[in-house]
Design a protein around this ligand. Structure first.
Ligand code: RB5
Length: 151
C-alpha cells in the first residue's frame, strides 16, 4: 500500500509522527511536505496529495492542517476525491465503510498523536461496504461530471 501525505505548518508535527507510524507497519509513504514550521498555504498541499491520489499514484491520502477542514474543502474540489475530515474513531470507520473516502483529513490542533494514530489505523483497515452505498457514490461521480460540463 502507498499513502500520499501532506500538511501545512499546523499539521507538520503530526505528519512527522504519522509517517513514522505508517513506515513502522511497512507502508510506503509519499511525503508532499510541508517540511517545517514556517507558515504555508494548506491548499497547495491538499492539491498535490489529492491529485496524486486521483492519478492513482497513491492508494490513499492523508492531509493535516489545524482542523482538517481547509484540507478537506480543497481536496474535495479534485474529481474522484472523497476527503473526510475526521476527529473520532467511529467517523473514521464510517467514512470508509459508507463513503469510500480516499483521503483522511486530520486536525493537528484537534486530535492528539495517540488518537490520530488510532483513527488512521481504523481508517486504513476498514473496507468500503459497497451495495447501496455504491449507488450513492455513483451519484457523487455524476455530480462531478455535470459540474464539469457547466460553463
Ligand atoms: C492555519 O493557521 C489554519 O488556518 C489551517 O491549518 C487550517 O486549520 C485551515 O483549515
Amino acid at each position: 500500500m502507498r499513502i500520499a501525505i501532506g500538511a501545512d505548518h499546523a499539521g507538520y508535527a503530526l505528519k512527522t509522527i504519522l509517517i513514522a507510524h505508517l513506515q513502522a507497519q511497512g507502508i510506503e509513504v509519499l511525503d508532499f511536505g510541508t517540511h517545517g514550521l514556517d507558515a504555508v498555504d494548506y491548499p497547495d498541499y491538499a492539491r498535490a496529495v489529492a491529485e496524486a491520489v486521483a492519478r492513482g499514484e497513491a492508494d490513499y491520502g492523508v492531509l493535516i492542517c489545524g482542523t482538517g477542514i481547509g484540507m478537506s474543502i480543497t481536496a474535495n474540489k479534485v474529481p474522484g476525491i472523497r476527503a473526510a475530515a475526521v476527529s473520532d474513531v467511529y467517523t473514521a470507520k464510517m467514512s470508509r465503510a459508507h463513503n469510500n473516502a480516499n483521503i483522511l483529513c486530520l486536525g493537528g490542533r484537534v486530535v492528539g498523536p495517540g488518537l490520530a494514530q488510532e483513527i488512521l489505523d481504523v481508517w486504513l483497515r476498514t473496507p468500503f461496504e459497497g451495495g447501496r452505498h455504491e449507488r450513492r457514490i455513483a451519484k457523487i461521480r455524476a455530480l462531478e461530471t455535470d459540474c464539469g460540463k457547466r460553463p
